[in-house]
Write a protein that binds this ligand. Structure first.
Ligand SMILES: NC(=O)c1ccc[n+]([C@@H]2O[C@H](COP(=O)([O-])OP(=O)(O)OC[C@H]3O[C@@H](n4cnc5c(N)ncnc54)[C@H](O)[C@@H]3O)[C@@H](O)[C@H]2O)c1
Ligand SMILES: CCCCCCO
Ligand SMILES: [Zn+2]
Ligand SMILES: [Zn+2]
Length: 371
C-alpha cells in the first residue's frame, strides 16, 4: 500500500486528536480500523477506576478493519486482508496455547499489559513525539492501530465489517461462556444475571445448546421483552422480591439451576449466581469484570457440597483459530450479530456513544471510523 513503512497521521477518539502511528516492526501488523464497537470494559478503564489503566492511551478492543502493512516475518496476513484485532492473542507455541486447557496465551501479555509492543517495549502511537499507550493490545479507537501478528484474526472478506466487529469481544464471550466454559447440555436449566450484550449472548448460546429453561435476571424490567428474542424464557427482577435472589431462584427450580452466568461485574451478584446453583453439580461462570481489588466470597460449604465456580475470558474461544469460524457461523445465519447493534454513529460521536452505554436501550454502538 502507498502508506507502507511511513508514519500515518490520523484521528483517534475520546479527545479527537491527530496521532502518529509508526510502521509495524517485526511480528506486527498495522490495521486500518474501519468499524469499532464500545464495550463496558473500555468504559471501566476510561472511568479511571482501573488502577492498571495507563494513560494517555488509545482505548477500544471490539473492531474490524483491513491490513494496511505488515512487519518483517509476518506470514499469516498481508495488506488488504480483512481482520478482527484480538485482545486475547493466540501464538499457538506458548505453554498456554499448547496446554489444550485454555484460550489464554502468554506470548505478548507482558507487553500488552503495560501498553507497549513486545519487540522493543515501546508504543507505536505518539502525539508530537510523546508516546501514547496501547490498550489491551488492540487500541481500536484509532483510525489506524498496530497489533501483534498473534493478535489478529483473518476473516472472510465478504463479511460486513460494520457488524462482525462485534465478534471481537462481547458476543463471542457470551456464546463461548455457554459452549466452551460451562459446556451446557441439552435440557439444562440456566440462569443469566445481566441482560446486556454479554448476557443476551449467553441466552442465545444456551438456547442453541438446548437448555430447557433460560431464566433472565435484571434490575431493569425494560430489558425483558427484548431478551425473549435471544432465548430467555422467564424473567426475574430482584427488586420485585423480598427474599435474596438466589433463594427466589432455588425455590423456582426445585433446588437450583444447572448453570448460572454472571454478566454484570458485581461481586455480590457473583455470590448470588453461585448460590442459586443446584447442590451436587451446579456450575456458575463469572463473565463480568469487577472493579480492581474487589473480591468474591461465599461459604466454603457451597463448594464442598458440589457447586463449581469458574470464570471465562473471551468465552474460552481461541482467537485466531475461532474468530474466523464465528464469522462464518454469522454468515451462515447460525448466530446473531445484527440484533446486538442498537446504534450506528461516527468517530466524532464517540463521547455521545459512551453516554448511550448508560441508556438501558443500548446494547452495542458501532462507530464508523472514517467519516
Ligand atoms: N470476561 C470477558 O471476557 C468479558 C468480555 C466482555 C465483557 N465482559 C464484562 O461483562 C459485563 C457485561 O458486559 P455488557 O456489555 O453485557 O454490560 P451491560 O452493562 O450492557 O449489561 C449489564 C446488565 O446488567 C444489569 N444489571 C446491573 N446491575 C444488576 C444487578 N445488581 N442485578 C441484575 N442485573 C443487573 C444492567 O441492567 C444491564 O442490563 C461487563 O462487566 C463487561 O466488562 C467480560
Ligand atoms: C481478559 C478478560 C476480560 C476481557 C474483557 C473484555 O471486555
Ligand atoms: Zn470487551
Ligand atoms: Zn500462546
Amino acid at each position: 500500500m502507498a502508506t507502507q513503512a511511513q508514519v500515518i497521521t490520523c484521528k483517534v477518539s475520546l479527545v479527537i486528536e491527530e496521532v502518529e502511528v509508526a510502521p509495524p516492526q517485526a511480528g506486527e501488523v498495522r490495521v486500518k480500523v474501519l468499524f469499532t464497537a464500545l464495550c463496558h470494559t473500555d468504559a471501566y478503564t476510561w472511568s479511571g477506576k482501573d488502577p492498571e489503566g495507563l494513560f494517555p492511551c488509545i482505548l477500544g478492543h471490539e473492531a474490524a478493519g483491513i491490513v494496511e502493512s505488515v512487519g518483517e516475518g509476518v506470514t499469516e496476513v498481508q495488506p488488504g486482508d480483512h481482520v478482527i484485532p484480538c485482545y486475547q492473542a493466540e501464538c499457538k507455541e506458548c505453554k498456554f496455547c499448547k496446554s489444550g486447557k485454555t484460550n489464554l496465551c502468554g506470548k505478548v501479555r507482558l507487553a500488552t499489559g503495560v501498553g507497549v509492543m513486545l519487540n522493543d517495549r515501546q508504543s507505536r502511537f505518539s502525539i508530537n513525539g510523546k508516546p501514547i499507550y496501547h490498550f489491551m493490545g488492540t487500541s481500536t479507537f484509532s483510525q489506524y492501530t498496530v497489533v501483534h501478528d498473534v493478535s489478529v484474526a483473518k476473516i472472510d472478506p465478504k463479511a460486513p465489517l460494520d457488524k462482525v466487529c462485534l465478534l471481537g469481544c462481547g458476543v463471542p464471550t457470551g456464546l463461548g461462556a455457554v459452549w466452551n466454559t460451562a459446556k451446557v447440555e441439552p435440557g439444562s436449566i440456566v440462569a443469566v444475571f445481566g441482560l446486556g450484550t454479554v448476557g443476551l449472548a449467553v441466552a442465545e448460546g444456551a438456547k442453541a445448546a438446548g437448555a430447557s429453561r433460560i431464566i433472565g435476571i435484571d434490575i431493569d424490567s425494560k430489558k425483558f421483552d427484548r431478551a425473549k428474542s435471544f432465548g430467555v424464557t422467564e424473567f426475574i427482577n430482584p427488586k420485585d422480591h423480598e427474599k435474596p435472589i438466589q433463594q427466589v431462584i432455588v425455590d423456582l427450580t426445585d433446588g437450583g439451576v444447572d448453570y448460572s452466568f454472571e454478566c454484570i461485574g458485581n461481586v455480590s451478584v457473583m455470590r448470588a449466581a453461585l448460590e442459586c446453583c443446584h447442590k451436587g453439580w451446579g456450575t456458575s461462570v463469572i463473565v463480568g469484570v469487577a472493579a480492581s481489588g474487589q473480591e468474591i466470597s461465599t461459604r466454603p460449604f457451597q463448594l464442598v457440597t458440589g457447586r463449581v465456580w469458574k470464570g471465562t475470558a473471551f468465552g474460552g474461544f481461541k482467537s485466531r483459530s475461532q474468530v474466523p469460524w464465528l464469522v462464518d457461523k454469522y454468515m451462515k445465519k447460525e448466530i446473531k450479530v445484527d440484533e446486538y447493534v442498537t446504534h450506528n454513529m461516527t468517530l466524532a460521536d464517540i463521547n455521545k456513544a459512551f453516554d448511550l452505554m448508560h441508556d438501558g436501550g443500548c446494547l452495542r454502538v458501532v462507530l464508523d471510523m472514517h467519516i
